[in-house]
Design a protein around this ligand. Structure first.
Ligand code: ATP
Ligand code: MG
Length: 561
């Protein structure tokens, strides 16, 4: 499983179906899919699944995928979201060429289709209030009853629908209904509303309209207008498919698009509902849509995720009809694999303990050769300073260690990465007994880490040189929620936020790290993968921890094997 391979998507039931349609020439036009986000929030990792499928299928079959803003709902959409959606899709590595559309641009054509349905005796204007409708609709065990006005003449309906458009009715006073079957076992087929009166401003259409099409009516038309062949959507739309087909068949649409459903992506320890994500942003539980703890594409990007890792993850999850929840650890595994291949290694000390090498000449600095990435010889080497005063990790020293502790202990030896072997000769403490410094000596014959006499040194630790190191900020992230399924069983999801999801601490970095730019990805040796945050300044770099080095998911897979 290597990252270069992630464009080779595995074959799933949808790709099999498309391949069969291509072979039979069923549509007689190029394979056309679409990704139809509603511009009322930022894209998240769940959308990435739909994006990889929609754009991936089009690419693999030499077709095209349209990007369509599903902006038929007048009140909620915003331009900010449109821009972020375009940006995120491009970042993921996909392109809609010149097929960028707004569903609202089709309002006139949709209206004409509604008029056509009326003319064909397949739609009527209904005056029932939502409460009254409840009574007529029936329920799963009782068939509905035909509502009054269902058999009004075409002329009456045309006139009423025109008056709806002209603003003669208040919100909710009239609806246009598809005339299907009030006894259908599928409630969605019991004369569903296809147009409603809504005196609302639309972010692109302004006040031009006061009737708006319902999703089920609009969506199939959008697909049909754009000559879509395969309309891929998530499972909750399965029960709406008969209506999708009814609308297009009733209009006599030739060779209409076909809807196929697949299961949504769910991830544990996070939420994916746009409403909940918006609430986290608006109520300042996170710093914004791109907070690195968010499951949004921009959040993952800021956290240090790569498009390659996200695509590989989506590919590993696969496309099925089964609803389930995917382990966040699998996503972490994918980014770890990719960063292992591409991220240069550096040394940074998170919790410093000063050591003084008493036999090392004062004022001397040696610039040692360090390998940038053992996984990538082309990444080259860099120089790391070594001097008399260094910081090591506090956790790499123990005064009274257990048997298997191979790092530094009193009178013990350890190797300093790329440097020399040192021995701890003394422990300095403050008046409270806290260790403030270690006195050490070094073995001048061990440059590069190999002792001249061949004695065994088990441990290797990292360090920075006090004088050359720079202070930086590290933001250590953990899961945003403490439970696998936030908000389940009626619990308020906000009460399940992880209070320790962000820890900010100072760290000391080797000088070469100071040349990094926002977005750069690095490994802090032995600590984790980090990404330079845009909050970095010339005075202080800020690093987001993308993921730790420890891979719990791969381990778990090994156990299962
Ligand atoms: P809303 O609750 O606002 O409708 P949504 O998640 O359905 O939210 P859309 O903007 O309508 O958001 O989604 C665009 C497309 O992305 C849809 O085709 C939808 O099926 C797909 N999609 C959304 N969430 C997921 C998910 N978790 N897994 C797979 N596909 C998803
Ligand atoms: Mg939706």
């Amino acid at each position: 499983m290597d990252c270069e391979n992630n464009n080779a998507n595995s074959v799933d039931f949808i790709r099999e179906k498309v391949a069969a349609d291509v072979a039979s020439g069923r549509f007689g036009r190029e394979i056309t899919t679409r990704f139809p986000p509603e511009p009322n929030g930022y894209l998240h990792i769940g959308h990435a699944k739909a994006i990889c499928l929609d754009f991936g299928v089009a690419e693999e079959f030499g077709g095209v995928c349209h990007l369509r803003m599903d902006d038929t709902n007048p009140t909620k959409e915003e331009t900010e979201y449109v821009e972020s959606i375009k940006n995120d899709i491009h970042w993921l590595g996909f392109d809609w060429k010149d097929h960028f559309y707004y569903a609202s641009d089709y309002f006139e054509r949709m209206y004409e289709c509604a008029v056509e349905l009326i003319k064909r005796g397949k739609a009527y204007v209904c005056a029932l209030s939502p409460e009254e409708w409840e009574e007529y609709r029936g329920n799963l065990s009782t068939p509905g009853k035909n509502p009054p006005g269902r058999d009004n003449s075409v002329e009456e309906n045309l006139d009423l629908f025109n008056r709806m458009r002209n603003g003669e009715f208040a919100d909710g006073e009239r609806t246009l209904r598809a005339k299907i079957d009030m006894a259908s076992p599928n409630i969605h087929m019991r004369d569903p509303v296809i147009y409603r009166v809504r005196h609302a401003h639309h972010f692109r259409q302004g006040d031009k309209w006061c009737v708006y099409p319902m999703y089920d009516f609009a969506h199939c038309l959008e697909d049909a207008f754009e000559n879509v062949t395969h309309s891929l959507c998530t499972l909750e739309f399965e029960i709406h498919r008969p209506l999708y087909e009814w609308v297009l068949n009733s209009l006599g649409w030739e060779n209409p698009p076909e809807q196929t459903e697949f299961s949504r992506l769910n991830l544990n320890y996070t939420v994916m509902s746009k409403r909940k994500l918006l609430q986290l942003v608006k109520e300042n539980y996170v710093s914004g849509w791109d907070d690195p703890r968010m499951p949004t594409i921009c959040g993952l990007r800021r956290r240090g995720y790569t498009p390659e890792a996200i695509r590989k993850f989506i590919n590993m999850v696969g496309i099925t009809k089964f609803n389930g929840t995917t382990d966040m650890a699998m996503l972490e595994y994918c980014i770890r694999e990719h960063l292992n291949a591409i991220a240069p290694r550096f040394m940074a000390v998170m919790d410093p303990l000063k050591i003084t090498i008493e036999n090392y000449p004062e004022g001397q600095v040696e610039w040692l050769d360090a390998v940038n990435n053992p996984e990538d010889p082309a990444a080259g080497t860099r120089k790391v300073p070594f001097s008399r005063e260094l910081y090591i990790e506090r956790a790499d020293f123990m005064e009274d260690p257990p048997k298997k502790f191979f790092r530094l202990r009193p009178d013990g030896e350890v190797r300093l990465r790329y440097g020399y072997i040192i021995k701890c000769t003394g422990v300095v403490k403050d008046e409270n007994g806290n260790i403030t410094e270690l006195k050490c000596t070094y073995d001048p014959e061990s440059r590069g880490g190999t002792p001249a006499d061949g004695r065994k040194i088990k441990g290797t630790i990292h360090y920075v040189s006090c004088a050359e190191a720079k202070r930086a900020e590290a933001r250590l992230y953990d899961r945003l929620f403490t439970v696998e399924n936030p908000g389940a069983d009626g619990v308020d999801f906000l009460t399940q936020l992880n209070p320790d999801s962000l820890k900010v601490c100072d760290c000391w970095i080797e000088p070469a790290l100071a040349n990094c730019k926002p977005g750069d990805k690095v490994q802090f040796e032995r600590t984790g993968y980090f990404c330079v945050d845009p909050d970095s300044s010339a005075d202080k770099m800020v690093f987001n921890r993308t993921v730790t080095l420890k891979d719990s998911w791969a381990k778990q897979q090994d156990v299962q094997k």
